[in-house]
Structure formats: C-alpha cells, structure tokens
Design a protein around this ligand. Structure first.
Ligand code: CA
Length: 494
C-alpha cells in the first residue's frame, strides 16, 4: 500500500517537475491518499509526567490511549529549553543558533521557511491553534484558528473543510505552563501525591505540583477532544498524529532553563494507522529538528532537496534535521549518534548574568559545557519562584539540600554524566581521569556542531537581544497566557 502511494506521489512530482513547475501540488493526482498531519505540542511538560511514561499519580487516559495506538519515541530530544527556540526548531527543521532563534521570545532570520511554508506550497491547508511564540509571520504562514485552546469548533471546521484537500495543523496548548490555574484540581491531593526524587518535598512543592498535574489533565482532555473530532471526521486513518511534551517543567530541576534531560528529553508519540505498529516503542535518538523532513517524506517529498532559506556557517542551505520515517516504520532503532542542545540565558525574564550552556550526548554519556562558569546563573522563573524560595528556607537546616540549591546558581565549567546509571545527572564525572577520552570525544563533537552552527559561545549569547521581539507573540515565562490574538481572517484556504 505504502509503495503504491509513494509511486503515485513520485509520479505526480515527476510530472510537475517535467512541466517546469515548482512543487506546488494545488490539485494532487490522488487527493485522498495524501496524509494529513496533526502535531500536538504541550508546554513546559516534563517528559516523566504522563501516565504512560511512568508517573503513577497523573491521569492522562487520552494520551495513554494515543501511545497505545502508535509508537512511543523514547529518545526524542529538543535542542533548547525555553518555549520559543524549541518551537522554531520543531517547525523549521533548523537548529537554534543557525536560524537565529536561540534566546527566548525570538524569531528566525528573514527568509527562513517552516513546515507551514513547505506544506502550503504542496497544496495543503496549514493552521495553528493557541500558542504561537514564533516569528516573523512571513516564515510561518499558517491560518491562525484561535488563541483559545479550549474552543475546538475552529479546529473541527478546519479539518472538515474541503474534504479533498490535505491539511497540516498544529495544536499548541498553553498547558501545563505556569501559573497552573486550570484543570481538574480535585483529581490531585497535595498530601497524597508522590514527589519525584529530583524535587525537594515540602508543602509548597506539593501544592504547586498538584496544580501542575491538574493542568496536565487539562492538556489530556484537549488531546481527547482533538482525537474525537478527527475520528468523527472519518480522517483518522489518513492522519499522522504526533504528540510532543515540548520541554521540561519550570520547577527547580524540572528541566526548563537547563540542558539536563529533564529539560531536553521529550515524551513523543506518533500514530499513523496501518503504517505504524500500535503500542510499539523505539529507542533511536531523534531531535525535534527531524520532524519537518520526516513529515515531508511522508507527504512524498525529498527533504534533502529543500532550500530552507537559511544557510549554516558553511553555506549549506538544507535542513539540520533528517527524515526518520524508517524509525517510525520500525525498520531501524538507530538514527543519530549524538544529540545537541543549547540554553541562552540573556533575554530570559529576570536574568542576572550571561550563563550560556551547551550539551551533547550519545546513548550513554552526557557532556555539558557552562561557558561562563564564574558568573551566577539567575533567572526569574527558577530563582525568584515560590518553590525555590521555600527550598531555601528548608536548606538552612539541610546541608544536602543547600548544596542542590547552590548548584542552581553555580556550576563547574564542564559536566559529564553516565546516563546508564545516573539518568537524573547528579554525579558529575568530568574530573575522572578514566573518562578523559570520553569527555574529549564529546567535547570535539560539540566543537564541530558549534562551528557548523556559527556558534561563538559567549559572543553569540550577547547577541540575544538582537534576536528578540518582533514576531514573538507568545506568553512570557512565568506570566499568564496571552490575550486572544486577532485571527488571520484573510488567510483562508485556497
Ligand atoms: Ca515551553
């Protein structure tokens, strides 16, 4: 079936190319065969905090069902740990520093394209609902359905419009981003939940954790509503559904604003009936950057032929990401040897001093470089937040906790962790002589990646203000969700 479909898609593509036209499939030869895409993006959701990833307190029946109907990609990573650069990478297939979208509240360089650009060019109608957080507008030409994440009528109208035209929709929830005011609070009793070991257990942590869990259940309800609409539209069998947890939570050590795996590891599930084996799992290392090339491949395109509109430091204009369709189809469980991430502190609300971080990891070891280790790492979200303030009070009589609190402000220049025995990255092995070669191997990989990206470390970090504003329409870290943005009424489907 797939072979036949690919042949059909390839034939249509060849005909268009022969006719000297660009790849604009306004009237696909076999419209019903083109798959639709629904990408569901959470916000500040630690990958561990779902039913199917092992959290026994959290109730996520809809996401658990989606996981049982698709493949759980157990080693998906994001290249940044704040909202805006993460989304730019996910939508463009480009790594953050190369695209210019590396601080929070950022935008890509003018002329850069996104999957909305590519799929619109293929004749798809493309849309986004709720959290935007990307710019400039020209690079993300989606129809904006509504800012309201709980109004599903625009989504239903979108997927049911023009039945013969394929579509790509991103549903970007604001949940469970702080301040955790939504969701079924009665589901979670602060006194009865189990506090994860990477958090300090006290009443403030418990109260906020229960509120965060309630918002995860709110997100789960949204997923249920979307999948119900899809089923009712009779398009579920021809729609690729992907869910990503985005990046870690804003608790201290919850992962956000750090390159630890709580921040950059993503809970990711993909459902594609008849193609992906239900209930399967794959441990290949993949990055968010790989999503656009993979979606394009599924749509019958060759992603290696794409000009992204943005060159890397060596003049290469293709994607940083690569097509992982073979992983989805269980033909392989190996994809990347290394995954990378960066965190830019300058420009984060309440930041004190530059504290740029870079990380690289293979299947076992994780290497982190803190480029300005003698500075103090301090931002509003962690260091001025309620949890850490309460932890500091408790730390006055708890030396081990005091040490953990201090690590949130001051780190060593290098960190090295053996993830096979230390998944929470608490035992820094960077000074161990027997791991010198491992550290150098990873450090060399990081240097090569930084060179390809045009990443100059601190000098790049200091450019963050030039990459912020104008195009970032999303909410701020630690602030309430934005007011409804006026829908782009003029951008109707063709
Ligand atoms: Ca986020």
């Amino acid at each position: 079936m797939k072979t036949q479909y690919l042949k059909t898609a390839f034939a249509a593509f060849t005909l268009l190319m022969a006719a000297g036209r660009s790849v604009t499939l306004a009237a696909p030869a076999a419209p019903a065969a083109k798959p639709n895409f629904l990408l569901i993006v959470a916000d500040d959701l630690n990958w561990r905090d779902l039913g199917f990833t092992g959290n026994k307190d959290i109730q996520t029946p809809n996401l658990d069902r989606l996981r049982n109907e698709g493949v759980w990609l157990r080693n998906m990573f994001n290249p940044a740990t704040t909202c805006s650069p993460t989304r730019h990478a996910l939508y463009t297939g480009l790594d953050c520093i190369r695209s210019g979208a590396f601080p929070n509240h950022t935008r890509v360089y003018d002329g850069t394209k996104s999957m909305f650009t590519y799929f619109k060019g293929l004749g798809y109608r493309v849309a986004l609902q709720a959290k935007t957080h990307v710019g400039p507008e020209a690079s993300f030409p989606y129809e904006y359905l509504t800012a309201d994440q709980d109004d599903f009528a625009p989504f239903a109208q979108f997927v049911n419009r023009a039945p013969n035209q394929p579509w790509l929709a991103v549903f970007a929830s604001h949940d469970p981003h702080s301040p955790w005011t939504r969701g079924p609070k009665d589901l979670y009793d602060p006194a009865k939940i189990t506090v994860p070991s990477y958090l300090h257990d006290n009443q403030v942590t418990r109260r906020l954790l229960a509120a965060y869990y309630a918002e995860i259940s709110s997100l789960d309800s949204q997923v249920g509503a979307l999948l119900k609409i899809l089923a009712e539209s009779k398009q579920a069998d021809n729609t690729v559904v992907m869910f990503v947890s985005e990046q870690g939570s804003s608790f201290p050590y919850g992962g956000k604003w750090s390159v630890y795996n709580n921040g950059i590891h993503s809970a990711t599930v993909v459902r594609w009936p008849g193609k992906i084996q239900p209930g399967s799992a794959n441990d290949a290392m993949i990055e968010y950057l790989d999503v656009p090339p993979t979606f394009l491949t599924i749509a019958g395109e060759d992603p290696t032929k794409i000009d992204t509109g943005c060159a890397d430091a060596k003049g290469y204009r293709g994607f940083d990401g690569r097509n992982f369709l073979d992983v989805l189809l269980a033909k392989t469980n190996h994809f990347r040897d290394y995954v990378f991430a960066q965190h830019t502190t300058v420009g984060v609300i309440g930041y004190k001093e530059p504290y740029p971080m870079r990380s690289v990891q293979d299947v076992r070891y994780k290497y982190i470089r803190n480029i300005c280790p003698t500075n103090t790492y301090e931002i509003g979200g962690i260091h001025k937040g309620q949890p850490l303030n309460s932890w500091k009070v408790d730390a006055q009589n708890d030396p081990a906790l005091a040490k953990r609190v201090d690590w949130l402000y001051h780190r060593t220049a290098e960190e090295l962790y053996d993830l096979s025995v230390d998944p929470l990255e608490t035992n820094n092995l960077a000074a161990l002589p027997e791991l010198t070669a491992t550290k150098k191997r990873l450090s060399d990989q990081m240097d090569a990646w930084m060179a390809q990206q045009g990443d100059k470390g601190l000098a790049t970090e200091l450019l963050a203000p030039t990459r912020q504003g104008k195009g970032d329409e999303g909410d701020g870290d630690g602030t309430p969700a934005p007011k409804a943005k006026k829908a782009k009424g003029a951008k109707k489907a063709q």
